[in-house]
Design a protein around this ligand. Sequence first.
Ligand SMILES: [Mn+2]
Length: 342
Amino acid sequence: MNTDGPGEHPIIDWGWAGAGLDGGESGDAHVVLPFHGGVLVGLVDGLGHGPEAATAAKATVALLRSHAPESLPSLVERCHAGLRKTRGVVISLAALRSRDSSLTWIGVGNVDAVLLRARRSAESRDEALTTRGGVVGFQLPPLRESTLSVSSGDTLIMATDGIRAGFSSGLAIHKGPQELAESILVRDARGTDDAHVLVARYVGGGALSHDIRARVVIRHDFDIVAARLRARELGLQQGLAEGAVVAMATAVTEVARNILVHAGTGEILLGVADDGGKRGVVVVALDEGPGIPDIARAMQDGYSTANGLGLGLPGAKRLMDEFDIVSLVGGGTEVTMRKWGQ
Ligand SMILES: [Mn+2]
């Protein structure tokens, strides 16, 4: 059980290193801002260096802090509007989300970002994240975000142009993010500009990854039935035993009913879970309802739903192999459950 907040429900491990030119105040800055179900990471380079660059970077950080849960294009627009009186910044922003193991990013100007994979395959290559030319606060390119799937252990590295291109090659990737950031700064700082590195390693879902295969919107009673049927179908496809399929489908019914009763609407995501050969089903139940003020109480047996029927969340937990709940009062609830095959 977790509630969201820095350090309490981390989906990344991260570290940074940076230095202003000639030991002066740096015009580069990073942000790491958790939001419900994810975290926003970003690296900002105030144009040039020195105090005016630092002023632009600090203003950007303040704007991002105030608006972190918004979409990335909207954040860039806000910064653009708020930075017109500064000399402007270049920026890369990325949002990592645990519910669908995704990384969404946008970049304006040259803050380099690369995604290094923990396990490489044809579908999962190292990627340089593309950015578009422009200066936030002066001239924006068309703003479009891009999305990639991430797996636990994948590592995002962002660096300002005070760091040499090619900083991602020859890294001891098994090292922790803080150690990586420091070693890049030492090895690759050009010494002609402020230099700053941010390293974020995705750890959402533990040592597991999942692919979402079905999405069922919950608005009516019959949507609960649809979610149950899709869960059953996926369980059988994944080779779960009949008893496990029944347990999992029943747990899906419970979390779907919980959405309907407490939030009115929400959705159930059903996916394939893979833990290095072991196959299973992952169920994510999401809503943007009022949230649960006291999760410990809600997880006690006998704590009734509005109509007092059913097994509730504690019942769902008992039926599954793994169960995690994150809830934010006023911000919705996210339940993630897994059922494994033999
Ligand atoms: Mn620079």
